[in-house]
Design a protein around this ligand. Structure first.
Ligand code: GN1
Ligand code: MG
Length: 361
């Protein structure tokens, strides 16, 4: 069976009352496999998003899907009645047996969402307006999940954002050096050790645990084609309990430089201050009402923290022989690590200005 045909077979395991037309790979995620599905209902094309969950990374896809089912239903209930409410959150299409996922004969786990039309994601932000919208949408997402009824969500990946443990993992990867690459990354290892103190800086900051997204890359929010509004937050696999600063920090990491995460020309990788300002203002528009003083005080620091965490994760994976993230070329993880470390340099040069902005808001 061709790959297309086997994906089509999976697609037909979901409650889609329409005729299958085509399937094409979709998006630029590093973990799951995503496909855009076109079906036809009474001659009209209808699109869906089909995803295979990477169960090497997400070890308990059933628990993960229970989280997603609860989160998407809660968000839908909160948006009910708003204009365009069907596009303001993801909607799961149940499998034929009524479950929120389908398990294939090879043990693969699949899910289908309704496609959000007339909106797109972007790998890099091209204006401060886009940054504002993305941050506002992620802040609203956190705000809407504050009253998610019990029980607690499952941890889909234990210690996902735990910079000190991520640093330990780096140390282990250097020690075992399974791909014999440590020799190639001496400057990056040196950079990581010189910045090690960043990793533990939030441990005693007395920050509340909330329900957070945990993967607030700029390309995880869909911007409406007509209005530019951050209309729908996507990629819900890591929604669980955590610190809002991890979310804000990852927005800074992925939105403030005009470059892609794997840019090879490091001279282009810099933190653009107006983008940072737009993120702060957008985020405070929706999250300002519930953030504590301590959370606000650490917004500036969070960008450096999450950029550092991500940089050492990419470096660790490079040393591990590219075991975790999808790579499309030799040295891809190393290129990604370098952009993170370059961005940290740029942030460090502008910290005073960033602090002043916070005082003036
Ligand atoms: C992964 O799935 P995707 O590509 O949105 C990763 C994030 C990283 C990101 C780096 C489960 O996200 O934590 O920040 O790559 N997701 C997981 O681009 O590890
Ligand atoms: Mg993801």
């Amino acid at each position: 069976m061709t790959k297309e045909r086997s994906v089509e077979v999976v697609a037909c395991q979901f409650q889609i009352e329409a005729d299958f037309v085509s399937v094409t790979p979709h998006g630029s995620g590093h973990i799951n496999d995503s496909y855009s599905l076109i079906f036809e209902r009474s001659g009209i094309p209808v699109r869906f998003l089909l995803q295979r969950i990477n169960h090497k990374v997400f070890k308990n896809p059933v628990a993960l899907m229970e989280n997603i089912r609860r989160v998407t239903s809660h968000l839908a209930a909160q948006a009910a009645g708003e204009p365009d409410c069907g596009r303001r959150g993801l909607t799961l299409i149940p499998a034929q047996d009524g479950r929120s996922f389908y398990q294939d004969g090879d043990g693969g786990y699949w899910r289908v969402y309704r496609f959000i039309e007339k909106a797109h994601t972007y790998d890099a932000a091209n204006s401060a307006g886009q940054a504002f919208q993305a941050a506002k949408a992620f802040g609203r997402f956190q705000q809407l999940l504050m009253n998610l009824p019990a029980p607690r969500l499952h941890d889909t990946i234990a210690d996902f954002h735990h910079p000190p443990k991520r640093f330990k993992a780096l140390e282990q990867a250097i020690a075992s050096d399974v791909a014999n690459r440590a020799i190639l990354v001496k400057p990056e290892i040196e950079f990581a050790f010189a910045h090690q103190s960043i990793a533990s800086a939030l441990l005693d900051a007395n920050l509340p645990e909330r329900i957070t997204h945990n993967d607030t890359k700029f390309n995880n929010v869909m911007l409406d084609d007509a209005t530019g509004e951050g209309i729908c937050v996507v990629d819900l696999d890591t929604v669980m309990h955590g610190l809002v600063l991890h979310d804000f920090g990852d927005m800074v990491r992925t939105t403030t430089s005009p470059t892609d995460e794997d840019e090879q020309d490091l001279s282009k990788v810099t933190m653009h201050f107006p983008m940072f300002e737009a993120l702060v203002r957008g985020y405070l528009t929706s999250a300002g009402g519930f953030l504590t003083v301590a959370e606000k005080q650490h917004l500036v620091f969070s960008g450096k923290l999450m950029t550092f965490e991500q940089g050492i994760r990419f470096l660790t994976d490079y040393l591990a022989g590219d075991a975790y993230y999808k790579v499309r070329r030799d040295g891809h993880n190393l290129d990604r690590c370098r952009t993170q470390f370059k961005l940290i340099d740029s942030i460090e040069q502008q910290e005073e200005k960033m602090d002043q902005l916070m005082l003036s808001i």
